[in-house]
Ligand binder design. Sequence first.
Ligand SMILES: [Zn+2]
Ligand SMILES: [Zn+2]
Length: 135
Amino acid sequence: MDHVAEGSCLCGRVAFRISGAFERFFLCHCKRCRKGTGSAHAANLFAPAGRLDWLSGADLVSTYRVADTRHQRSFCSACGSAVPNKRANGAGLVVPAGCLDSAVALRPDAHIFDADRAEWDAHLEDVPRLPGRPG
Ligand SMILES: [Zn+2]
Ligand SMILES: [Zn+2]
């Protein structure tokens, strides 16, 4: 397979391999993604023809779906890390970029649900950058 990527969760119990190309990469600022990630936005890669193989910890993977929507996220039930999930409509895989251990060659295509940005999420590139934790 040409395109193979691997990733894992924070506690290391869940590991997976994605076979198939990532075709889209979106930074989603919708309220559900902000809640689910606890951050400014989700960073999701989409692999429409992707295949997902759990290398370990498949029994720890939980999926939560918001009632009456197609919004769902999968996570390690031991550490809470986001892990890939199969889209509810059967259209391939959604892979949170941060859980990958492989390098990601794509740049994000777009910020989506930009109108739903958090009020503090503006001009973040102007915020001071420190190489590590604050002193
Ligand atoms: Zn974990
Ligand atoms: Zn979203």
